[in-house]
Design a protein around this ligand. Structure first.
Ligand code: URA
Length: 219
Protein backbone atom coordinates (compact mmCIF):
# COMPACT_ATOMS: atom_id res chain seq x y z
CA UNK A 1 0.00 0.00 0.00
CA UNK A 2 1.42 3.34 -1.03
CA UNK A 3 1.01 6.43 1.11
CA UNK A 4 -0.69 9.54 -0.24
CA UNK A 5 1.62 11.85 1.66
CA UNK A 6 3.48 12.84 -1.52
CA UNK A 7 0.23 13.62 -3.31
CA UNK A 8 -0.83 15.93 -0.54
CA UNK A 9 2.54 17.69 -0.52
CA UNK A 10 2.31 18.05 -4.29
CA UNK A 11 -1.16 19.52 -3.92
CA UNK A 12 0.13 22.08 -1.42
CA UNK A 13 2.95 23.01 -3.79
CA UNK A 14 0.45 23.52 -6.64
CA UNK A 15 -1.60 25.76 -4.37
CA UNK A 16 1.52 27.81 -3.59
CA UNK A 17 2.22 28.01 -7.34
CA UNK A 18 -1.31 29.31 -7.91
CA UNK A 19 -0.63 31.97 -5.29
CA UNK A 20 2.32 33.17 -7.34
CA UNK A 21 5.29 31.37 -5.73
CA UNK A 22 7.95 30.13 -8.16
CA UNK A 23 10.33 29.18 -5.34
CA UNK A 24 9.61 28.48 -1.71
CA UNK A 25 11.37 27.50 1.47
CA UNK A 26 8.00 26.75 2.97
CA UNK A 27 7.87 23.07 3.83
CA UNK A 28 4.45 21.67 3.05
CA UNK A 29 2.94 20.97 6.43
CA UNK A 30 3.02 17.54 7.96
CA UNK A 31 -0.39 16.15 7.29
CA UNK A 32 -2.25 13.36 8.96
CA UNK A 33 -1.84 11.00 6.05
CA UNK A 34 -0.84 7.78 7.71
CA UNK A 35 -4.36 6.44 7.24
CA UNK A 36 -4.70 7.46 3.56
CA UNK A 37 -3.17 4.83 1.36
CA UNK A 38 -3.59 3.65 -2.19
CA UNK A 39 -4.86 0.07 -2.09
CA UNK A 40 -3.73 -2.66 -4.42
CA UNK A 41 -7.17 -3.96 -5.43
CA UNK A 42 -10.01 -2.31 -7.30
CA UNK A 43 -12.73 -2.69 -4.67
CA UNK A 44 -10.63 -1.12 -1.93
CA UNK A 45 -9.38 1.54 -4.34
CA UNK A 46 -12.97 2.49 -5.18
CA UNK A 47 -13.76 2.76 -1.47
CA UNK A 48 -10.80 5.10 -0.89
CA UNK A 49 -11.66 7.23 -3.93
CA UNK A 50 -15.33 7.43 -2.91
CA UNK A 51 -14.28 8.95 0.41
CA UNK A 52 -11.60 11.22 -1.06
CA UNK A 53 -11.42 14.82 0.16
CA UNK A 54 -8.02 15.69 -1.27
CA UNK A 55 -9.36 18.64 -3.26
CA UNK A 56 -12.13 21.23 -3.20
CA UNK A 57 -14.21 19.32 -5.75
CA UNK A 58 -15.19 16.89 -3.02
CA UNK A 59 -17.24 19.65 -1.40
CA UNK A 60 -19.51 20.21 -4.38
CA UNK A 61 -19.76 16.74 -5.89
CA UNK A 62 -22.90 14.64 -5.64
CA UNK A 63 -21.09 11.41 -6.43
CA UNK A 64 -17.55 10.31 -7.13
CA UNK A 65 -17.27 8.95 -10.67
CA UNK A 66 -14.75 6.19 -10.18
CA UNK A 67 -14.93 4.45 -13.56
CA UNK A 68 -16.61 1.32 -14.83
CA UNK A 69 -16.19 -1.64 -17.13
CA UNK A 70 -14.15 -4.77 -17.56
CA UNK A 71 -11.31 -4.82 -15.05
CA UNK A 72 -9.33 -7.05 -17.41
CA UNK A 73 -9.99 -4.92 -20.48
CA UNK A 74 -7.48 -4.66 -23.32
CA UNK A 75 -8.81 -1.21 -24.13
CA UNK A 76 -9.30 1.61 -21.68
CA UNK A 77 -10.92 4.95 -22.55
CA UNK A 78 -10.02 8.01 -20.53
CA UNK A 79 -12.01 11.25 -20.58
CA UNK A 80 -11.42 14.54 -18.79
CA UNK A 81 -13.89 15.19 -16.02
CA UNK A 82 -17.41 14.13 -15.10
CA UNK A 83 -20.20 16.56 -15.94
CA UNK A 84 -23.70 16.83 -14.48
CA UNK A 85 -25.15 13.50 -15.62
CA UNK A 86 -22.09 11.64 -14.40
CA UNK A 87 -22.13 13.57 -11.12
CA UNK A 88 -25.73 12.53 -10.47
CA UNK A 89 -25.40 8.91 -11.66
CA UNK A 90 -21.84 8.17 -10.49
CA UNK A 91 -21.12 6.64 -13.92
CA UNK A 92 -18.61 7.90 -16.51
CA UNK A 93 -19.89 9.09 -19.87
CA UNK A 94 -23.53 8.70 -18.90
CA UNK A 95 -24.94 11.65 -20.91
CA UNK A 96 -24.94 12.73 -24.57
CA UNK A 97 -21.16 12.42 -24.90
CA UNK A 98 -21.53 8.92 -23.49
CA UNK A 99 -24.03 8.00 -26.21
CA UNK A 100 -21.44 8.97 -28.82
CA UNK A 101 -18.71 7.07 -26.97
CA UNK A 102 -20.91 3.97 -26.83
CA UNK A 103 -21.43 4.22 -30.59
CA UNK A 104 -17.69 4.61 -31.12
CA UNK A 105 -17.08 1.43 -29.13
CA UNK A 106 -19.97 -0.68 -30.35
CA UNK A 107 -20.38 0.45 -33.97
CA UNK A 108 -16.75 0.96 -34.89
CA UNK A 109 -14.86 -1.47 -32.68
CA UNK A 110 -17.77 -3.93 -32.64
CA UNK A 111 -17.42 -4.75 -28.98
CA UNK A 112 -19.98 -4.23 -26.20
CA UNK A 113 -19.24 -1.17 -24.06
CA UNK A 114 -19.01 -3.23 -20.82
CA UNK A 115 -16.06 -5.05 -22.36
CA UNK A 116 -13.81 -1.97 -22.19
CA UNK A 117 -12.95 0.12 -19.13
CA UNK A 118 -13.92 3.80 -18.97
CA UNK A 119 -12.56 6.37 -16.51
CA UNK A 120 -11.69 10.05 -16.28
CA UNK A 121 -8.62 12.04 -15.33
CA UNK A 122 -10.50 13.45 -12.35
CA UNK A 123 -13.25 11.68 -10.43
CA UNK A 124 -15.38 14.63 -9.34
CA UNK A 125 -17.29 17.21 -11.37
CA UNK A 126 -15.79 20.70 -11.55
CA UNK A 127 -18.27 23.56 -11.19
CA UNK A 128 -19.83 24.84 -14.43
CA UNK A 129 -18.10 22.08 -16.37
CA UNK A 130 -14.80 23.96 -16.38
CA UNK A 131 -11.63 22.06 -17.29
CA UNK A 132 -9.82 20.44 -14.34
CA UNK A 133 -7.11 22.55 -12.75
CA UNK A 134 -3.57 21.21 -12.83
CA UNK A 135 -3.50 20.61 -9.07
CA UNK A 136 -6.80 18.66 -9.23
CA UNK A 137 -5.57 16.57 -12.13
CA UNK A 138 -2.21 15.83 -10.52
CA UNK A 139 -3.76 14.89 -7.19
CA UNK A 140 -6.36 12.60 -8.77
CA UNK A 141 -3.86 11.09 -11.19
CA UNK A 142 -2.56 8.73 -8.52
CA UNK A 143 -5.92 7.00 -8.50
CA UNK A 144 -6.05 6.78 -12.28
CA UNK A 145 -2.52 5.44 -12.39
CA UNK A 146 -3.46 2.70 -9.96
CA UNK A 147 -6.54 1.85 -12.04
CA UNK A 148 -4.35 1.51 -15.13
CA UNK A 149 -1.85 -0.57 -13.17
CA UNK A 150 -4.58 -2.94 -12.01
CA UNK A 151 -6.39 -3.23 -15.35
CA UNK A 152 -3.20 -3.53 -17.43
CA UNK A 153 -4.79 -2.42 -20.71
CA UNK A 154 -2.90 -2.87 -23.96
CA UNK A 155 -4.25 0.39 -25.34
CA UNK A 156 -5.32 3.56 -23.54
CA UNK A 157 -7.47 5.81 -25.72
CA UNK A 158 -7.39 9.38 -24.44
CA UNK A 159 -10.43 11.45 -25.36
CA UNK A 160 -9.71 15.12 -26.00
CA UNK A 161 -7.05 17.57 -24.86
CA UNK A 162 -7.44 17.25 -21.09
CA UNK A 163 -7.11 13.48 -20.93
CA UNK A 164 -4.06 13.45 -23.21
CA UNK A 165 -2.36 16.34 -21.42
CA UNK A 166 -2.71 14.96 -17.91
CA UNK A 167 -1.92 11.38 -18.81
CA UNK A 168 1.25 12.26 -20.71
CA UNK A 169 2.21 15.79 -19.58
CA UNK A 170 2.50 16.65 -23.26
CA UNK A 171 0.47 19.70 -24.22
CA UNK A 172 0.30 19.04 -27.96
CA UNK A 173 -3.13 20.04 -29.24
CA UNK A 174 -5.40 17.10 -29.90
CA UNK A 175 -5.88 18.19 -33.52
CA UNK A 176 -2.15 17.53 -34.09
CA UNK A 177 -1.55 14.48 -31.91
CA UNK A 178 -4.74 12.50 -32.60
CA UNK A 179 -4.24 9.17 -34.31
CA UNK A 180 -0.59 8.94 -33.23
CA UNK A 181 0.27 5.75 -31.37
CA UNK A 182 2.53 6.42 -28.38
CA UNK A 183 4.28 3.40 -26.93
CA UNK A 184 5.03 3.48 -23.20
CA UNK A 185 6.67 0.71 -21.20
CA UNK A 186 3.32 -0.68 -20.12
CA UNK A 187 0.78 0.21 -22.81
CA UNK A 188 0.10 2.15 -25.99
CA UNK A 189 -1.64 5.51 -25.91
CA UNK A 190 -3.93 6.50 -28.75
CA UNK A 191 -5.25 10.06 -28.51
CA UNK A 192 -8.44 10.94 -30.33
CA UNK A 193 -11.17 13.58 -30.24
CA UNK A 194 -13.51 13.86 -27.27
CA UNK A 195 -17.09 12.69 -27.98
CA UNK A 196 -18.41 16.13 -26.89
CA UNK A 197 -16.25 17.67 -29.61
CA UNK A 198 -17.83 15.30 -32.11
CA UNK A 199 -21.29 16.46 -30.99
CA UNK A 200 -20.28 20.02 -31.90
CA UNK A 201 -18.19 19.07 -34.95
CA UNK A 202 -19.73 16.03 -36.61
CA UNK A 203 -17.31 16.34 -39.54
CA UNK A 204 -14.48 15.18 -37.19
CA UNK A 205 -16.18 11.78 -36.89
CA UNK A 206 -14.31 10.63 -40.02
CA UNK A 207 -10.92 11.17 -38.35
CA UNK A 208 -12.09 9.58 -35.11
CA UNK A 209 -13.31 6.57 -37.08
CA UNK A 210 -9.88 6.14 -38.66
CA UNK A 211 -8.18 6.57 -35.24
CA UNK A 212 -10.36 3.83 -33.79
CA UNK A 213 -9.64 1.49 -36.68
CA UNK A 214 -5.99 1.61 -35.56
CA UNK A 215 -7.03 -0.14 -32.36
CA UNK A 216 -8.10 -3.16 -34.38
CA UNK A 217 -4.74 -3.24 -36.15
CA UNK A 218 -2.82 -2.83 -32.90
CA UNK A 219 -4.65 -5.61 -31.13
N1 URA B 1 -16.92 14.12 -20.41
C1 URA B 1 -15.87 13.46 -19.89
O1 URA B 1 -14.71 13.75 -20.20
N2 URA B 1 -16.11 12.48 -19.05
C2 URA B 1 -17.32 12.08 -18.69
O2 URA B 1 -17.46 11.16 -17.91
C3 URA B 1 -18.42 12.79 -19.25
C4 URA B 1 -18.19 13.80 -20.10
Amino acid sequence: MKNLHNALQLKQLYLLKQLGYSYTDIMPSKLETESIEIPEDMISLQKVVSGCHLCELSKSRQQVVFGEGNENADIMFIGGAPSSTEDSTGKPFAGHAGEILTKMIENVLHIPRPQVYIANIIKCKPANNRAPEESEAQTCRLFLQKQIELIKPKIVVTLGDTAYLYLTNDNSPISKIRGTVIQTDEYMILPTFHPSYLLRNPSAKKETFSDLLKIKELL
